[in-house]
Write a protein that binds this ligand. Sequence first.
Ligand code: DX5
Ligand code: ZN
Length: 236
Amino acid sequence: MGRELFATLLNPEPRVLPSLLLCDFGNLEREVRRLEEAGVVGLHLDVMDGVFVPNFTYGLTIVEAIRRLTRLPLDVHLMMVNPESYISQFAAAGADSLTVHCEAIEDPRAAAQRIHAAGLAAGLALNPATSLDRLGSDLGEFDLVLVMSVPAGFGGQPFQSVALDKLRILRGRVPASTILEVDGGVNMRTIADCARAGARLHVVGSAIFHSADYRTSIRDLEATASAGFRGISEFN
Ligand code: DX5
Ligand code: ZN
């Protein structure tokens, strides 16, 4: 578990991570089983505290519940103030990676070191309005960089193409071993551009959980991402 399980996500092929924000939490086990049967490589858990973002979702008890349900890597996105105070609790709850927002911490390098000391992979996220300069010069300390293509806080928002510019610049700045992840408004119209720009993990909420069949939507999204990554289009 932890950082070595997260390392299984280091894959040249672009993949989709379902975002557990818009799923049916009243049937969480059924939702996780449907995603496993759809062949996903991991789950993205959106933790929101109602302070860093104007929305409130879930915390440690839901992360623990999902950990008991699945052996898939849990990619936990902390949209909260003071995230460093909760690293050990999220590690104990079963997270495999913790992504903190650069807007919510003072020292990215120290945050990465504390997350690694807890045995987890470390991610650094930035909102669309935040400049890449805010990430600092220690990106090599992180296992992943999460480029938000919507302002953190809600699913179902429109994709902001500034994320593509950031992905292209980051691809040239970070080691090949650093995963670039994109999150927000990723769907059949935007995912190929994200893969082409350098994203390898594509967080998807609405385009999966508002679809009739999770397996079909994930298959089509990943095929479109791969086609974009290879510069071909199978869906035109
Ligand atoms: C927003 C979350 C995203 C969001 C994605 O703050 O971090 O993961 O749930 O949902 P869609 O794909 O609907 O934008
Ligand atoms: Zn997220």
